[in-house]
Design a protein around this ligand. Structure first.
Ligand code: HEM
Ligand code: HEM
Length: 234
């Protein structure tokens, strides 16, 4: 059995795949990003935008650390597939049932990594951005032409994020309704329905929640420090 544990589709047994931090993190991310967008575009309240942005940054930093310290399918080590696996999986996507994976499938892994890095870019550029009234907390560290350029990148990356998230939601709907794979419920319960033959030992064991809490506190402290590091533009 490969490390990704593929199997055929005849769902009978549900197996624990997503640990609690990964699930909380996912839905926390959805709420924070939604609010970051809503605050700047609808409320036009930059202070609220900053708060939502700090929340996204904290979650993404936590996710990066959890990619090394988390349970089996949260680890980045389980995200990597060979190009052959990726091509085989993609070419058979519309040809009947696909292989099921306990963690992300080859395309899901790519999409997750792309979103994580696009969000890291969005939140980091935000720290150095300014709209002339509200200044990102690190914008005072650099010259104003660079602040303008980074602010443009921050705005431009919004379109990339919208495309990635749009594709992500369309893909999830495709699996849910066309492929009949219950991925959405799994992101709430942590359990994925799998064939009965798939032994329980392939599911995850309980993650170390104290470690998760410690990492979260470090991420919050770091983002709090950045958020309060504002220096007047020179
Ligand atoms: C702002 C919107 C969203 C963002 C940024 C986002 C981001 C992500 C990321 C980064 C992952 C990878 C999870 C990880 O390994 O940590 C993921 C997985 C997932 N997301 Fe989202 N998501 C969004 C909205 C949604 C929505 C609206 C749904 C449900 C309709 C959804 C359902 C899922 C599911 C089911 C998975 C697991 C996919 C799998 O089994 O491979 N997401 N999402
Ligand atoms: C990942 C989370 C974030 C998202 C999705 C996001 C999204 C956006 C959007 C949609 C805009 C409006 C762009 C436009 O109208 O062209 C914007 C502008 C801005 N954001 Fe963010 N942002 C995030 C994080 C942050 C953070 C952490 C900060 C700083 C603490 C920040 C600071 C700013 C500033 C200063 C602007 C105004 C830039 C300008 O007018 O050129 N953002 N952001």
């Amino acid at each position: 059995m490969s490390k990704h544990t593929p199997s055929n589709v005849s769902y009978k047994k549900s197996i624990r795949v997503w640990d609690l931090p990964t699930r909380l993190l996912h839905w926390g991310l959805v709420i924070s990003i939604g609010y970051a967008w809503f605050a700047v575009e609808i409320l036009e309240d930059m202070q609220q935008h900053f708060y939502a942005g700090y929340s996204v940054l904290t979650i993404i930093l936590f996710r990066l650390a959890w990619g090394f310290a988390g349970s089996r399918y949260a680890r980045f080590g389980s995200f990597f597939y060979t190009p052959t696996e990726l091509i085989n999986y993609t070419s058979r996507l519309f040809k009947g049932p696909s292989k099921s994976y306990l963690g992300h499938n080859p395309l899901g892994s790519l999409s997750a990594l792309a979103m994580i890095f696009a969000l890291l870019f969005q939140a980091s550029t935000g720290l150095f951005s300014s709209d002339d009234y509200f200044h990102g907390p690190l914008s005072g560290l650099i010259e104003s032409p660079l602040v303008s350029r980074i602010s443009s990148l921050h705005s431009l990356n919004v379109d990339i994020l919208i495309a990635l998230v749009g594709l992500h939601i369309a893909a999830i709907m495709f699996y849910q309704f066309y492929k009949k794979e219950k991925l959405i419920a799994a992101m709430f319960t942590g359990r994925k329905p799998m064939p009965a033959e798939a032994s329980q030992k392939h599911g995850i064991t309980a993650p170390n929640l104290w470690l998760a809490l410690l990492i979260l506190i470090i991420c919050i402290a770091f983002v709090y420090y950045l958020a309060n590091a504002y220096l007047e533009p020179s």
